[in-house]
Design a protein around this ligand. Structure first.
Ligand SMILES: [Mg+2]
Length: 169
Protein backbone atom coordinates (compact mmCIF):
# COMPACT_ATOMS: atom_id res chain seq x y z
CA UNK A 1 0.00 0.00 0.00
CA UNK A 2 2.30 2.77 1.22
CA UNK A 3 5.87 3.11 -0.03
CA UNK A 4 7.37 3.78 3.37
CA UNK A 5 10.74 2.94 4.89
CA UNK A 6 9.75 3.74 8.48
CA UNK A 7 9.01 0.77 10.75
CA UNK A 8 5.75 0.67 12.72
CA UNK A 9 7.44 -1.03 15.68
CA UNK A 10 11.05 -1.48 16.77
CA UNK A 11 12.38 -4.14 19.13
CA UNK A 12 15.97 -4.90 20.08
CA UNK A 13 15.63 -8.54 18.97
CA UNK A 14 13.05 -11.05 17.71
CA UNK A 15 12.97 -12.59 21.18
CA UNK A 16 11.65 -9.26 22.54
CA UNK A 17 8.50 -9.44 20.39
CA UNK A 18 5.62 -10.66 22.55
CA UNK A 19 2.25 -12.18 21.70
CA UNK A 20 0.62 -9.50 23.87
CA UNK A 21 2.25 -6.67 21.90
CA UNK A 22 0.97 -8.24 18.66
CA UNK A 23 -2.53 -9.01 19.93
CA UNK A 24 -2.98 -5.49 21.31
CA UNK A 25 -2.69 -4.31 17.68
CA UNK A 26 -5.06 -6.97 16.31
CA UNK A 27 -2.20 -9.03 14.90
CA UNK A 28 -2.62 -12.80 14.97
CA UNK A 29 0.08 -13.82 12.51
CA UNK A 30 3.79 -13.09 12.38
CA UNK A 31 5.90 -13.45 9.24
CA UNK A 32 9.58 -13.66 10.10
CA UNK A 33 12.68 -12.89 8.12
CA UNK A 34 15.33 -15.59 8.55
CA UNK A 35 18.94 -14.44 8.06
CA UNK A 36 20.20 -12.19 10.85
CA UNK A 37 16.71 -12.15 12.40
CA UNK A 38 16.40 -15.76 13.66
CA UNK A 39 20.00 -16.89 13.20
CA UNK A 40 23.10 -15.13 11.82
CA UNK A 41 24.39 -16.03 8.34
CA UNK A 42 27.16 -18.04 9.95
CA UNK A 43 25.15 -20.75 11.75
CA UNK A 44 21.97 -22.81 11.43
CA UNK A 45 21.69 -23.37 15.17
CA UNK A 46 19.46 -20.96 17.09
CA UNK A 47 20.34 -19.82 20.57
CA UNK A 48 18.53 -21.44 23.47
CA UNK A 49 16.69 -18.14 23.95
CA UNK A 50 15.53 -18.15 20.32
CA UNK A 51 14.37 -21.79 20.55
CA UNK A 52 12.40 -21.02 23.69
CA UNK A 53 10.88 -17.92 22.04
CA UNK A 54 9.75 -19.93 18.99
CA UNK A 55 8.08 -22.52 21.24
CA UNK A 56 6.45 -19.86 23.44
CA UNK A 57 5.14 -17.95 20.42
CA UNK A 58 3.71 -21.15 18.92
CA UNK A 59 2.04 -21.98 22.24
CA UNK A 60 0.54 -18.47 22.40
CA UNK A 61 -1.50 -19.18 19.27
CA UNK A 62 0.14 -16.50 17.11
CA UNK A 63 0.61 -17.97 13.63
CA UNK A 64 4.22 -18.11 12.45
CA UNK A 65 5.82 -18.42 9.04
CA UNK A 66 9.36 -17.70 7.90
CA UNK A 67 9.29 -15.47 4.79
CA UNK A 68 12.84 -15.33 3.45
CA UNK A 69 14.49 -14.04 0.31
CA UNK A 70 17.06 -16.80 0.67
CA UNK A 71 17.32 -19.52 -1.93
CA UNK A 72 19.50 -21.68 0.30
CA UNK A 73 18.24 -25.07 1.52
CA UNK A 74 19.32 -24.17 5.06
CA UNK A 75 16.12 -22.15 5.55
CA UNK A 76 13.85 -25.09 4.68
CA UNK A 77 15.96 -27.47 6.78
CA UNK A 78 15.81 -25.11 9.77
CA UNK A 79 12.05 -24.71 9.47
CA UNK A 80 11.51 -28.48 9.29
CA UNK A 81 13.72 -28.99 12.33
CA UNK A 82 11.92 -26.40 14.44
CA UNK A 83 8.41 -26.98 13.13
CA UNK A 84 7.92 -23.69 11.27
CA UNK A 85 6.15 -23.02 7.99
CA UNK A 86 8.22 -21.23 5.41
CA UNK A 87 8.20 -19.31 2.14
CA UNK A 88 11.61 -18.94 0.44
CA UNK A 89 12.57 -16.91 -2.67
CA UNK A 90 10.21 -14.28 -1.23
CA UNK A 91 11.70 -11.34 -3.20
CA UNK A 92 11.04 -8.78 -0.44
CA UNK A 93 10.44 -5.81 -0.75
CA UNK A 94 8.27 -7.06 -3.63
CA UNK A 95 5.03 -8.75 -2.74
CA UNK A 96 5.59 -12.27 -4.07
CA UNK A 97 6.44 -14.12 -0.85
CA UNK A 98 4.27 -11.97 1.42
CA UNK A 99 1.24 -12.48 -0.85
CA UNK A 100 1.97 -16.22 -1.01
CA UNK A 101 1.94 -16.37 2.78
CA UNK A 102 -1.27 -14.30 3.10
CA UNK A 103 -2.99 -16.61 0.60
CA UNK A 104 -1.69 -19.82 2.20
CA UNK A 105 -2.99 -18.83 5.64
CA UNK A 106 -6.14 -16.98 4.46
CA UNK A 107 -5.06 -13.73 6.09
CA UNK A 108 -5.97 -10.11 5.59
CA UNK A 109 -2.89 -7.84 5.65
CA UNK A 110 -4.19 -6.08 8.79
CA UNK A 111 -4.01 -9.36 10.73
CA UNK A 112 -0.33 -9.88 10.00
CA UNK A 113 3.02 -8.35 10.89
CA UNK A 114 6.37 -8.93 9.27
CA UNK A 115 9.50 -8.77 11.41
CA UNK A 116 13.01 -8.46 10.04
CA UNK A 117 16.37 -6.79 10.37
CA UNK A 118 16.41 -4.82 7.10
CA UNK A 119 14.65 -1.56 6.27
CA UNK A 120 14.96 -1.87 2.48
CA UNK A 121 13.54 -5.38 2.24
CA UNK A 122 11.56 -6.35 5.36
CA UNK A 123 10.13 -3.00 6.50
CA UNK A 124 9.48 -1.69 2.98
CA UNK A 125 7.92 -5.01 1.91
CA UNK A 126 5.65 -5.11 4.97
CA UNK A 127 4.56 -1.47 4.58
CA UNK A 128 3.84 -1.86 0.85
CA UNK A 129 1.72 -4.95 1.56
CA UNK A 130 -0.28 -3.23 4.31
CA UNK A 131 1.21 -5.36 7.10
CA UNK A 132 2.52 -4.01 10.39
CA UNK A 133 6.28 -3.65 9.96
CA UNK A 134 8.55 -4.61 12.82
CA UNK A 135 12.27 -3.86 12.79
CA UNK A 136 14.71 -5.75 14.99
CA UNK A 137 18.47 -5.29 15.22
CA UNK A 138 20.51 -7.59 13.01
CA UNK A 139 22.02 -10.41 15.06
CA UNK A 140 25.45 -9.87 13.50
CA UNK A 141 26.48 -7.22 10.95
CA UNK A 142 29.77 -8.99 10.35
CA UNK A 143 30.75 -7.64 6.92
CA UNK A 144 31.55 -4.11 5.83
CA UNK A 145 28.61 -4.20 3.40
CA UNK A 146 26.15 -5.08 6.15
CA UNK A 147 27.64 -2.33 8.33
CA UNK A 148 27.35 0.24 5.52
CA UNK A 149 23.76 -0.78 4.80
CA UNK A 150 22.95 -0.32 8.45
CA UNK A 151 24.34 3.23 8.34
CA UNK A 152 22.04 3.96 5.39
CA UNK A 153 19.11 2.68 7.47
CA UNK A 154 19.78 4.88 10.49
CA UNK A 155 17.65 7.91 9.43
CA UNK A 156 14.59 5.69 9.01
CA UNK A 157 15.21 3.92 12.31
CA UNK A 158 15.44 7.32 14.05
CA UNK A 159 12.23 8.43 12.33
CA UNK A 160 10.47 5.23 13.41
CA UNK A 161 11.61 5.67 17.03
CA UNK A 162 10.35 9.26 17.07
CA UNK A 163 6.99 8.22 15.67
CA UNK A 164 6.63 5.37 18.17
CA UNK A 165 7.46 7.74 21.06
CA UNK A 166 4.98 10.30 19.72
CA UNK A 167 2.20 7.68 19.48
CA UNK A 168 2.78 6.60 23.08
CA UNK A 169 2.10 10.11 24.37
MG1 LIG B 1 17.61 -10.50 7.28
Amino acid sequence: MAFCLVPDLIFPALTDVTAEALRSRGITFLMMDFDNTIVPYTTDVPTEKMRAWIEAMKASGIGLCVVSNSKKPRVVTFCKTYGLDCVTHAKKPFQKGISECLTRFHLRPSQAALVGDQIYTDVLGANCAGLTSILVSAIDNHTIWLKLRHVAELPFIAWGKRRIRYEKH
